[in-house]
Design a protein around this ligand. Structure first.
Ligand code: NAD
Length: 438
Protein backbone atom coordinates (compact mmCIF):
# COMPACT_ATOMS: atom_id res chain seq x y z
CA UNK A 1 0.00 0.00 0.00
CA UNK A 2 1.21 3.49 -0.79
CA UNK A 3 2.27 6.12 1.74
CA UNK A 4 0.82 9.55 2.40
CA UNK A 5 3.44 12.03 1.26
CA UNK A 6 3.69 15.82 1.30
CA UNK A 7 6.26 17.69 -0.80
CA UNK A 8 7.21 21.27 0.06
CA UNK A 9 8.27 23.32 -2.97
CA UNK A 10 6.77 22.69 -6.40
CA UNK A 11 9.69 23.65 -8.62
CA UNK A 12 11.81 21.42 -10.84
CA UNK A 13 12.62 18.92 -8.08
CA UNK A 14 9.39 19.12 -6.04
CA UNK A 15 6.99 18.79 -8.98
CA UNK A 16 8.88 15.80 -10.38
CA UNK A 17 9.33 14.11 -6.98
CA UNK A 18 5.63 14.51 -6.16
CA UNK A 19 4.39 13.27 -9.55
CA UNK A 20 6.72 10.27 -9.61
CA UNK A 21 5.81 9.17 -6.08
CA UNK A 22 2.12 9.50 -7.01
CA UNK A 23 2.76 7.44 -10.16
CA UNK A 24 4.23 4.74 -7.90
CA UNK A 25 0.92 4.49 -6.02
CA UNK A 26 1.41 6.92 -3.13
CA UNK A 27 -0.98 9.75 -2.22
CA UNK A 28 0.93 12.99 -2.62
CA UNK A 29 0.19 16.60 -1.74
CA UNK A 30 2.35 19.34 -3.28
CA UNK A 31 2.83 22.55 -1.30
CA UNK A 32 4.05 25.88 -2.56
CA UNK A 33 3.87 29.50 -1.42
CA UNK A 34 3.02 30.62 -4.96
CA UNK A 35 -0.69 30.36 -5.71
CA UNK A 36 -0.15 30.17 -9.47
CA UNK A 37 1.98 27.02 -9.07
CA UNK A 38 -0.63 25.39 -6.81
CA UNK A 39 -3.46 26.27 -9.21
CA UNK A 40 -1.45 25.06 -12.17
CA UNK A 41 -0.83 21.63 -10.58
CA UNK A 42 -4.48 21.31 -9.58
CA UNK A 43 -5.37 21.87 -13.24
CA UNK A 44 -2.99 19.04 -14.19
CA UNK A 45 -0.44 21.42 -15.70
CA UNK A 46 3.19 21.35 -14.52
CA UNK A 47 4.43 24.71 -13.22
CA UNK A 48 7.65 24.11 -15.21
CA UNK A 49 8.46 22.61 -18.61
CA UNK A 50 9.71 19.05 -18.33
CA UNK A 51 9.14 16.33 -20.96
CA UNK A 52 6.58 13.71 -19.87
CA UNK A 53 5.63 15.51 -16.66
CA UNK A 54 2.31 16.95 -17.93
CA UNK A 55 0.84 13.56 -18.83
CA UNK A 56 2.02 12.02 -15.55
CA UNK A 57 0.54 14.88 -13.49
CA UNK A 58 -2.81 14.79 -15.27
CA UNK A 59 -3.03 11.00 -14.87
CA UNK A 60 -2.35 11.09 -11.12
CA UNK A 61 -4.58 14.08 -10.52
CA UNK A 62 -7.43 12.18 -12.15
CA UNK A 63 -6.68 9.12 -10.01
CA UNK A 64 -6.79 11.42 -6.93
CA UNK A 65 -3.24 10.47 -5.98
CA UNK A 66 -1.94 14.01 -6.56
CA UNK A 67 -3.11 17.45 -5.45
CA UNK A 68 -1.60 20.79 -4.48
CA UNK A 69 -2.22 23.27 -1.68
CA UNK A 70 -0.90 26.45 -0.10
CA UNK A 71 -1.64 24.98 3.33
CA UNK A 72 1.60 23.43 4.60
CA UNK A 73 0.18 22.72 8.07
CA UNK A 74 -2.75 20.63 6.84
CA UNK A 75 -0.65 18.80 4.25
CA UNK A 76 2.07 17.92 6.77
CA UNK A 77 -0.45 16.85 9.41
CA UNK A 78 -2.25 14.56 6.97
CA UNK A 79 0.85 12.80 5.68
CA UNK A 80 3.45 10.44 7.14
CA UNK A 81 6.46 11.73 5.32
CA UNK A 82 7.34 15.25 4.17
CA UNK A 83 9.97 16.08 1.56
CA UNK A 84 11.62 19.50 1.64
CA UNK A 85 12.31 20.50 -1.99
CA UNK A 86 12.57 24.28 -1.66
CA UNK A 87 15.25 26.39 -3.34
CA UNK A 88 18.71 26.87 -1.81
CA UNK A 89 20.11 29.85 -3.73
CA UNK A 90 23.57 31.36 -3.41
CA UNK A 91 24.30 34.52 -1.52
CA UNK A 92 26.91 37.04 -2.68
CA UNK A 93 29.61 35.31 -0.58
CA UNK A 94 28.85 31.89 -2.09
CA UNK A 95 27.25 30.80 1.17
CA UNK A 96 23.90 29.04 0.69
CA UNK A 97 20.77 30.93 1.61
CA UNK A 98 19.02 28.42 3.87
CA UNK A 99 16.09 30.63 4.79
CA UNK A 100 13.57 28.64 2.67
CA UNK A 101 14.74 25.34 4.18
CA UNK A 102 14.57 26.76 7.70
CA UNK A 103 11.11 28.25 6.96
CA UNK A 104 9.85 24.89 5.69
CA UNK A 105 11.28 23.07 8.74
CA UNK A 106 9.63 25.53 11.14
CA UNK A 107 6.30 25.10 9.30
CA UNK A 108 6.46 21.30 9.55
CA UNK A 109 7.48 21.50 13.23
CA UNK A 110 4.42 23.58 14.10
CA UNK A 111 2.16 21.34 12.02
CA UNK A 112 3.20 18.10 13.77
CA UNK A 113 2.99 19.49 17.34
CA UNK A 114 -0.21 17.64 18.07
CA UNK A 115 0.30 14.76 15.69
CA UNK A 116 0.13 11.39 17.44
CA UNK A 117 2.04 9.33 14.89
CA UNK A 118 5.72 9.36 13.89
CA UNK A 119 6.56 11.83 11.11
CA UNK A 120 9.52 11.48 8.75
CA UNK A 121 11.02 14.67 7.33
CA UNK A 122 13.29 14.33 4.31
CA UNK A 123 15.60 17.10 3.12
CA UNK A 124 15.84 16.71 -0.67
CA UNK A 125 17.08 20.23 -1.38
CA UNK A 126 20.85 20.42 -1.93
CA UNK A 127 22.31 21.75 1.31
CA UNK A 128 25.74 22.19 2.95
CA UNK A 129 26.82 19.40 5.32
CA UNK A 130 25.33 20.00 8.76
CA UNK A 131 22.07 21.56 7.48
CA UNK A 132 19.85 18.52 8.05
CA UNK A 133 21.06 18.38 11.66
CA UNK A 134 20.01 22.02 11.98
CA UNK A 135 16.64 21.09 10.44
CA UNK A 136 16.25 18.46 13.21
CA UNK A 137 16.89 21.16 15.85
CA UNK A 138 14.30 23.50 14.29
CA UNK A 139 11.77 20.65 14.16
CA UNK A 140 12.42 19.78 17.82
CA UNK A 141 12.04 23.42 18.88
CA UNK A 142 8.81 24.01 16.93
CA UNK A 143 7.13 20.67 17.59
CA UNK A 144 8.21 20.18 21.20
CA UNK A 145 9.11 16.58 20.22
CA UNK A 146 12.39 14.70 20.35
CA UNK A 147 14.21 13.53 17.20
CA UNK A 148 13.82 9.76 16.92
CA UNK A 149 10.65 9.82 19.06
CA UNK A 150 7.93 12.02 17.50
CA UNK A 151 9.79 12.58 14.25
CA UNK A 152 12.87 11.51 12.29
CA UNK A 153 15.08 13.34 9.79
CA UNK A 154 16.53 12.02 6.53
CA UNK A 155 18.65 13.57 3.79
CA UNK A 156 17.94 12.19 0.34
CA UNK A 157 19.86 14.12 -2.32
CA UNK A 158 18.34 14.36 -5.78
CA UNK A 159 20.47 13.74 -8.88
CA UNK A 160 17.88 14.29 -11.63
CA UNK A 161 18.78 16.34 -14.68
CA UNK A 162 16.35 18.91 -16.02
CA UNK A 163 15.15 17.88 -19.46
CA UNK A 164 15.02 14.17 -18.53
CA UNK A 165 13.99 14.57 -14.90
CA UNK A 166 11.12 12.05 -14.89
CA UNK A 167 13.27 9.30 -16.37
CA UNK A 168 16.18 10.15 -14.06
CA UNK A 169 13.88 10.03 -11.03
CA UNK A 170 12.32 6.70 -12.04
CA UNK A 171 15.61 5.09 -13.12
CA UNK A 172 18.31 6.57 -10.91
CA UNK A 173 21.96 5.43 -10.97
CA UNK A 174 21.81 5.20 -7.17
CA UNK A 175 19.69 6.27 -4.22
CA UNK A 176 21.34 7.85 -1.20
CA UNK A 177 19.43 7.63 2.06
CA UNK A 178 21.04 9.66 4.81
CA UNK A 179 19.35 9.37 8.16
CA UNK A 180 19.69 10.50 11.72
CA UNK A 181 18.12 7.37 13.22
CA UNK A 182 17.50 3.86 11.91
CA UNK A 183 13.67 4.17 12.07
CA UNK A 184 13.29 7.01 9.57
CA UNK A 185 16.04 5.53 7.37
CA UNK A 186 13.98 2.32 7.07
CA UNK A 187 10.79 4.27 6.33
CA UNK A 188 12.45 6.23 3.53
CA UNK A 189 14.19 3.13 2.13
CA UNK A 190 10.82 1.33 2.01
CA UNK A 191 9.44 4.12 -0.17
CA UNK A 192 12.17 3.25 -2.68
CA UNK A 193 11.83 -0.54 -2.26
CA UNK A 194 10.76 -1.03 -5.90
CA UNK A 195 13.85 0.72 -7.26
CA UNK A 196 16.50 -1.74 -8.36
CA UNK A 197 19.59 0.54 -8.32
CA UNK A 198 22.35 0.53 -5.66
CA UNK A 199 21.19 2.11 -2.40
CA UNK A 200 23.51 3.72 0.10
CA UNK A 201 22.46 4.01 3.72
CA UNK A 202 24.60 6.74 5.26
CA UNK A 203 24.50 9.49 7.89
CA UNK A 204 23.04 12.94 7.18
CA UNK A 205 26.34 14.76 6.56
CA UNK A 206 27.65 12.08 4.21
CA UNK A 207 24.45 12.27 2.15
CA UNK A 208 24.78 16.06 1.93
CA UNK A 209 28.44 15.76 0.91
CA UNK A 210 27.76 13.10 -1.76
CA UNK A 211 25.52 15.57 -3.59
CA UNK A 212 28.05 18.40 -3.35
CA UNK A 213 30.92 16.16 -4.46
CA UNK A 214 28.86 14.88 -7.45
CA UNK A 215 28.11 18.35 -8.72
CA UNK A 216 31.64 19.59 -8.04
CA UNK A 217 33.07 16.68 -10.03
CA UNK A 218 30.72 17.20 -13.00
CA UNK A 219 31.35 20.95 -13.07
CA UNK A 220 35.10 20.33 -12.92
CA UNK A 221 34.86 17.82 -15.78
CA UNK A 222 33.15 20.45 -17.96
CA UNK A 223 35.60 23.19 -16.98
CA UNK A 224 38.43 20.74 -17.76
CA UNK A 225 37.26 20.10 -21.32
CA UNK A 226 36.56 23.81 -21.78
CA UNK A 227 40.13 24.56 -20.80
CA UNK A 228 41.26 21.92 -23.31
CA UNK A 229 39.04 23.64 -25.90
CA UNK A 230 40.65 27.01 -25.23
CA UNK A 231 44.08 25.45 -25.73
CA UNK A 232 42.93 23.52 -28.83
CA UNK A 233 41.53 26.76 -30.24
CA UNK A 234 45.01 28.29 -30.22
CA UNK A 235 46.71 25.20 -31.61
CA UNK A 236 44.25 24.48 -34.44
CA UNK A 237 43.07 21.17 -33.00
CA UNK A 238 39.45 19.99 -32.82
CA UNK A 239 38.50 19.51 -29.17
CA UNK A 240 35.58 17.17 -29.95
CA UNK A 241 37.98 14.72 -31.60
CA UNK A 242 40.22 15.02 -28.54
CA UNK A 243 37.19 14.37 -26.30
CA UNK A 244 36.39 11.25 -28.29
CA UNK A 245 39.99 10.10 -28.00
CA UNK A 246 40.15 10.51 -24.24
CA UNK A 247 36.54 9.45 -23.67
CA UNK A 248 37.19 5.85 -24.74
CA UNK A 249 39.40 5.53 -21.67
CA UNK A 250 37.06 3.91 -19.15
CA UNK A 251 38.66 5.82 -16.32
CA UNK A 252 37.58 9.07 -18.06
CA UNK A 253 34.39 8.34 -20.05
CA UNK A 254 33.03 10.44 -22.93
CA UNK A 255 30.01 11.94 -21.13
CA UNK A 256 30.24 15.52 -19.86
CA UNK A 257 33.13 16.29 -22.20
CA UNK A 258 31.21 18.59 -24.54
CA UNK A 259 33.21 21.77 -24.73
CA UNK A 260 31.38 25.03 -25.20
CA UNK A 261 30.19 28.21 -23.58
CA UNK A 262 30.35 26.81 -20.03
CA UNK A 263 27.90 25.20 -17.68
CA UNK A 264 24.85 26.99 -16.39
CA UNK A 265 21.69 26.06 -14.59
CA UNK A 266 20.51 26.47 -11.08
CA UNK A 267 22.85 23.93 -9.49
CA UNK A 268 26.49 23.74 -10.56
CA UNK A 269 27.38 27.36 -9.89
CA UNK A 270 25.68 27.68 -6.55
CA UNK A 271 26.70 24.24 -5.31
CA UNK A 272 30.39 24.59 -6.22
CA UNK A 273 30.49 28.09 -4.73
CA UNK A 274 28.78 26.80 -1.61
CA UNK A 275 31.31 23.96 -1.28
CA UNK A 276 34.14 26.49 -1.69
CA UNK A 277 32.57 28.51 1.12
CA UNK A 278 32.12 25.42 3.30
CA UNK A 279 35.75 24.38 2.70
CA UNK A 280 37.11 27.82 3.52
CA UNK A 281 34.99 28.01 6.67
CA UNK A 282 36.56 24.69 7.68
CA UNK A 283 40.04 26.16 7.13
CA UNK A 284 40.84 24.66 3.71
CA UNK A 285 41.47 26.58 0.46
CA UNK A 286 39.92 24.52 -2.37
CA UNK A 287 42.17 25.66 -5.25
CA UNK A 288 40.77 23.17 -7.79
CA UNK A 289 37.14 24.15 -7.15
CA UNK A 290 37.98 27.85 -7.35
CA UNK A 291 39.57 27.25 -10.77
CA UNK A 292 36.52 25.26 -11.89
CA UNK A 293 34.41 28.34 -11.20
CA UNK A 294 36.81 30.85 -12.70
CA UNK A 295 37.24 28.91 -16.00
CA UNK A 296 33.45 28.83 -16.27
CA UNK A 297 33.01 32.52 -15.61
CA UNK A 298 35.05 33.59 -18.62
CA UNK A 299 33.99 30.75 -20.94
CA UNK A 300 30.83 32.35 -22.44
CA UNK A 301 32.92 35.36 -23.43
CA UNK A 302 35.09 33.13 -25.67
CA UNK A 303 32.19 33.25 -28.11
CA UNK A 304 32.37 37.04 -28.18
CA UNK A 305 36.12 36.78 -28.92
CA UNK A 306 35.33 34.55 -31.90
CA UNK A 307 32.65 36.97 -33.12
CA UNK A 308 35.10 39.86 -32.79
CA UNK A 309 37.67 37.90 -34.71
CA UNK A 310 35.24 37.39 -37.59
CA UNK A 311 33.26 40.63 -37.66
CA UNK A 312 35.91 43.05 -36.25
CA UNK A 313 33.23 45.51 -35.11
CA UNK A 314 30.16 44.45 -33.14
CA UNK A 315 28.61 47.88 -32.71
CA UNK A 316 25.48 48.08 -34.82
CA UNK A 317 25.65 44.44 -35.95
CA UNK A 318 22.57 42.24 -35.84
CA UNK A 319 23.26 39.05 -33.92
CA UNK A 320 20.81 36.16 -33.81
CA UNK A 321 21.03 34.14 -30.58
CA UNK A 322 19.47 30.68 -30.85
CA UNK A 323 18.99 28.91 -27.53
CA UNK A 324 18.52 30.70 -24.21
CA UNK A 325 17.85 27.86 -21.76
CA UNK A 326 20.96 26.57 -20.01
CA UNK A 327 20.45 23.21 -21.71
CA UNK A 328 18.00 21.63 -24.11
CA UNK A 329 14.57 20.27 -23.11
CA UNK A 330 14.06 22.77 -20.31
CA UNK A 331 12.76 26.32 -19.99
CA UNK A 332 15.22 26.99 -17.15
CA UNK A 333 17.47 30.01 -17.74
CA UNK A 334 19.00 30.24 -14.28
CA UNK A 335 22.72 31.03 -14.72
CA UNK A 336 22.46 30.25 -18.46
CA UNK A 337 25.54 31.27 -20.50
CA UNK A 338 23.11 33.02 -22.90
CA UNK A 339 22.51 35.74 -20.28
CA UNK A 340 26.20 36.61 -20.03
CA UNK A 341 26.68 36.48 -23.81
CA UNK A 342 23.66 38.69 -24.55
CA UNK A 343 24.65 41.29 -21.96
CA UNK A 344 28.17 41.40 -23.44
CA UNK A 345 26.73 41.84 -26.95
CA UNK A 346 24.46 44.67 -25.78
CA UNK A 347 27.38 46.41 -24.05
CA UNK A 348 29.29 46.27 -27.34
CA UNK A 349 26.38 47.94 -29.18
CA UNK A 350 25.08 44.88 -31.06
CA UNK A 351 21.37 44.39 -31.84
CA UNK A 352 20.29 41.03 -30.45
CA UNK A 353 17.37 38.95 -31.69
CA UNK A 354 16.93 35.85 -29.57
CA UNK A 355 14.85 32.70 -29.81
CA UNK A 356 14.38 29.56 -27.70
CA UNK A 357 11.79 26.80 -28.19
CA UNK A 358 10.70 26.84 -24.50
CA UNK A 359 12.38 29.63 -22.53
CA UNK A 360 10.76 32.74 -24.09
CA UNK A 361 8.63 33.48 -21.04
CA UNK A 362 11.66 33.39 -18.75
CA UNK A 363 13.65 35.42 -21.30
CA UNK A 364 10.96 38.11 -21.34
CA UNK A 365 11.31 38.43 -17.56
CA UNK A 366 15.11 38.30 -17.46
CA UNK A 367 15.67 40.82 -20.28
CA UNK A 368 12.82 43.13 -19.27
CA UNK A 369 13.99 46.72 -19.77
CA UNK A 370 16.88 45.71 -22.07
CA UNK A 371 16.76 46.46 -25.76
CA UNK A 372 16.70 42.97 -27.19
CA UNK A 373 14.20 41.54 -29.65
CA UNK A 374 12.58 38.22 -28.88
CA UNK A 375 11.71 36.22 -31.99
CA UNK A 376 8.96 33.65 -32.46
CA UNK A 377 11.11 31.25 -34.49
CA UNK A 378 14.68 30.53 -35.61
CA UNK A 379 13.70 31.89 -39.00
CA UNK A 380 12.61 35.24 -37.57
CA UNK A 381 15.80 35.50 -35.48
CA UNK A 382 18.08 34.63 -38.39
CA UNK A 383 16.50 36.98 -40.91
CA UNK A 384 18.98 39.74 -41.81
CA UNK A 385 21.49 38.74 -39.09
CA UNK A 386 25.23 39.40 -39.40
CA UNK A 387 26.01 36.35 -37.29
CA UNK A 388 24.23 33.59 -35.43
CA UNK A 389 25.22 32.21 -32.05
CA UNK A 390 23.81 28.79 -31.13
CA UNK A 391 23.93 28.38 -27.36
CA UNK A 392 21.64 25.46 -26.51
CA UNK A 393 21.71 22.02 -28.11
CA UNK A 394 18.00 21.85 -28.95
CA UNK A 395 17.17 19.19 -31.56
CA UNK A 396 15.31 21.89 -33.46
CA UNK A 397 18.62 23.69 -34.11
CA UNK A 398 20.42 20.48 -35.06
CA UNK A 399 17.95 20.21 -37.95
CA UNK A 400 18.77 23.66 -39.37
CA UNK A 401 20.25 23.47 -42.87
CA UNK A 402 21.68 25.67 -45.61
CA UNK A 403 18.29 27.08 -46.59
CA UNK A 404 17.54 28.22 -43.02
CA UNK A 405 20.77 30.21 -42.83
CA UNK A 406 20.25 31.70 -46.30
CA UNK A 407 18.02 34.42 -44.80
CA UNK A 408 21.02 35.87 -42.89
CA UNK A 409 22.77 38.96 -44.22
CA UNK A 410 26.13 37.34 -43.45
CA UNK A 411 26.02 33.55 -42.97
CA UNK A 412 28.38 33.28 -40.00
CA UNK A 413 27.45 30.64 -37.38
CA UNK A 414 29.28 30.40 -34.06
CA UNK A 415 28.36 27.44 -31.85
CA UNK A 416 28.53 27.27 -28.09
CA UNK A 417 28.25 23.47 -28.30
CA UNK A 418 28.65 21.05 -31.15
CA UNK A 419 25.14 20.97 -32.55
CA UNK A 420 25.33 21.23 -36.32
CA UNK A 421 26.68 17.99 -37.65
CA UNK A 422 28.86 18.10 -40.76
CA UNK A 423 29.54 20.97 -43.08
CA UNK A 424 26.62 23.12 -44.16
CA UNK A 425 27.28 24.64 -47.58
CA UNK A 426 27.35 28.41 -47.73
CA UNK A 427 27.97 29.14 -44.04
CA UNK A 428 31.13 30.17 -42.27
CA UNK A 429 31.30 27.98 -39.20
CA UNK A 430 33.19 28.62 -35.97
CA UNK A 431 33.01 27.08 -32.49
CA UNK A 432 35.04 27.08 -29.30
CA UNK A 433 37.93 24.68 -29.86
CA UNK A 434 36.45 23.61 -33.21
CA UNK A 435 38.14 23.72 -36.59
CA UNK A 436 36.57 26.48 -38.71
CA UNK A 437 35.14 25.81 -42.15
CA UNK A 438 33.41 27.83 -44.85
P1 NAD B 1 12.78 25.90 -7.71
O1 NAD B 1 13.19 27.28 -7.43
O2 NAD B 1 12.37 25.49 -9.10
O3 NAD B 1 11.59 25.47 -6.75
C1 NAD B 1 11.55 25.78 -5.38
C2 NAD B 1 10.09 26.01 -5.01
O4 NAD B 1 9.97 26.11 -3.59
C3 NAD B 1 9.49 27.30 -5.56
O5 NAD B 1 8.32 26.99 -6.30
C4 NAD B 1 9.17 28.13 -4.31
O6 NAD B 1 8.04 28.95 -4.49
C5 NAD B 1 8.95 27.05 -3.29
N1 NAD B 1 9.07 27.44 -1.89
C6 NAD B 1 10.04 28.18 -1.29
N2 NAD B 1 9.81 28.29 0.04
C7 NAD B 1 8.70 27.59 0.32
C8 NAD B 1 7.95 27.30 1.50
N3 NAD B 1 8.34 27.74 2.69
N4 NAD B 1 6.84 26.56 1.39
C9 NAD B 1 6.44 26.08 0.19
N5 NAD B 1 7.11 26.31 -0.97
C10 NAD B 1 8.22 27.06 -0.90
O7 NAD B 1 14.01 24.98 -7.23
P2 NAD B 1 14.47 23.55 -7.79
O8 NAD B 1 15.25 23.71 -9.04
O9 NAD B 1 13.32 22.61 -7.77
O10 NAD B 1 15.51 23.12 -6.66
C11 NAD B 1 15.08 22.79 -5.35
C12 NAD B 1 16.26 22.18 -4.61
O11 NAD B 1 16.69 20.96 -5.26
C13 NAD B 1 17.50 23.06 -4.56
O12 NAD B 1 18.16 22.86 -3.35
C14 NAD B 1 18.35 22.52 -5.69
O13 NAD B 1 19.72 22.76 -5.49
C15 NAD B 1 18.05 21.04 -5.63
N6 NAD B 1 18.22 20.32 -6.89
C16 NAD B 1 17.81 20.88 -8.06
C17 NAD B 1 17.95 20.17 -9.27
C18 NAD B 1 17.52 20.78 -10.56
O14 NAD B 1 17.89 20.24 -11.59
N7 NAD B 1 16.76 21.85 -10.58
C19 NAD B 1 18.50 18.88 -9.24
C20 NAD B 1 18.89 18.33 -8.02
C21 NAD B 1 18.74 19.05 -6.84
Amino acid sequence: MGMRISVIGSGYVGAVTASCFAELGNTVTCIDVLKEKVDSINRGRPPIYEPGLGEMMARNLKAKRLSATLDLAAAAKNSDITFICVGTPSQESGETDLSYVRGAAAGIGKAIRRKKTFHTIVVKSTVPPGTSEEVAKILARESGKKPGKGFGVCMNPEFLREGCAVEDFMKPDRIVVGSMGAKEGKILASLYSRFKCPKLMVDLRTAEMIKYASNAFLATKVSFINEMANICQRLGIDVYTVAEGIGYDQRIGRRFLNAGAGWGGSCFGKDVKSLVHVAKSAGYKPALLESTVSVNESQPLRLIEILHDELKVLNGRRIAVLGLAFKSDTDDMRDAPSIKVIHALLRLGAHVTAYDPQAMENARRIFHGHSISLAKSSHEALKGADACLILTEWQEFAKLGAKDFRVMRNPLVVEGRKILEGKIPGITYRGIGRLPYG
